[in-house]
Ligand binder design. Structure first.
Ligand SMILES: Cc1ncc(COP(=O)(O)O)c(C=O)c1O
Length: 352
């Protein structure tokens, strides 16, 4: 995509999200060549291959291919809970903020919000909020972790705290879910395998359509029993799909070819964050820039996030406003070093 600035056409540098990537010619070829069947009958060979591959990567028994991360989260939440139960999560998490209230409307649960630090909370914070087993209270049923934490800036949840949360969940008979939409980024950034990162959880959502660059698709991952139950909820939510080997093939391509390169997105995010943080009107928590997401605070310069986003947009650099004094920039596989350099030049010329 291009935009006219003055008399020249400029390539748009789209930093709104890592979901804006387009399938590459090689990915499209894999889609074209995919063997397909009816996945509701369970006989699409490409879907089966993708499910087995992702379950294997995460060290679990089984996985279920679903259209979106929101559906994967909702399926997992529905499997773990009954209406009226309580789910403990961080205040900025995607399921609480950006999934249309489905937790309340469809799963029928209450989200018990914990103010964390960089998207993470502690076992002590959960434990002090847990309800007594008395009939006045909602049953405390599920602990919900997001890693990396999108709204916090792609931050990484400390793995030792995850172990403590696992121990708490065991002690209190609670479920433990990971919204790992960007677990691939955490693996690339930490050098830990996806299996190691996923090991403490009962269920995991991973997305193919974010940093990995597939056009669609997520998977619920867990034990065979959990995935059997997930199947029923996928049907209830209208997520059963037919000859979807054509899109599973894009996911398989993404898993095989686009995980290792995520470190490039992280390097570019770091470079961009450091350059923007060097400008007076902006402040960035550089310690939080661990993967491909940057949250910029515009309060030092006194302008709002939407104002800054609007000025950048006129020059062909796109980001996402978070309202107030914050906006978000995300690096991804459709951006190269020259794009990042041009974005930095644009920031310097507009705000330097
Ligand atoms: C952390 C996280 N979880 C879940 C989702 C939902 O994914 P989808 O947009 O595929 O529904 C997103 C989307 O950006 C996300 O960032």
């Amino acid at each position: 995509m291009h935009v006219q600035t003055g008399t020249t056409m400029q390539r748009i540098i789209d930093l709104r999200s890592d979901t804006v990537t387009k399938p590459s010619p090689e990915m499209r070829r894999a889609m074209y060549d995919a063997e397909v069947g009816d996945d509701v009958f369970g006989d699409d060979p490409t879907v089966i291959k993708l499910q087995e591959r992702v379950a294997g990567l995460l060290g679990r028994e089984a996985a279920l291919f679903v259209p979106s991360g929101s559906m994967a989260n909702l399926i997992a939440m529905s499997c773990h809970t009954s209406p009226g139960d309580e789910v403990y999560c961080e205040a900025g998490c995607h399921a609480f903020n950006y999934e249309g209230g489905s937790a309340g409307m469809i799963a029928g649960v209450m989200m018990h919000i914990i103010e964390g630090v960089r998207g993470a909370f502690t076992a002590e914070q959960v434990e002090e909020r847990l309800r007594p087993g008395d009939h006045h209270f909602a049953p405390s049923r599920l602990i919900w972790v997001e890693n990396s934490a999108n709204r916090a800036g792609g931050t990484i949840f400390p793995q030792d705290e995850i172990s403590r949360l696992r121990e708490l969940a065991d002690r209190r008979g609670m479920g433990f879910h990971l919204d790992g939409a960007r677990l691939w980024n955490v693996a690339a950034a930490t050098g830990k395998s996806e299996a190691e990162l996923a090991a403490p959880f009962d269920s995991i959502n991973v997305c193919l359509s974010k940093g990995l660059g597939a056009p669609i698709g997520s998977l619920v991952v867990g034990s065979r029993e959990f995935i059997d139950e997930s199947h029923r909820f996928r049907k209830r939510f209208g997520g059963g799909m037919r000859q979807v080997g054509v899109i599973a093939a894009a996911g398989l391509y993404a898993v095989e070819h686009n995980r290792a390169r995520l470190v490039e997105d992280h390097r570019r995010a770091r470079k961009l964050a450091e350059a923007i943080n060097g400008l007076d009107p902006f402040e960035i928590d550089l310690q939080g820039v661990a993967t491909n997401i940057i949250i910029v605070d515009t309060s030092p310069g006194g302008s709002s996030g939407p104002e800054v986003i609007a000025r950048l947009k006129d020059e062909g650099v796109w980001g996402t406003s978070f309202g107030g004094a914050k906006f978000r920039l995300v690096t991804h596989l459709d951006l190269n070093d020259a794009d990042i350099d041009r974005a930095i030049d644009m920031f310097r010329s507009l705000f330097g």
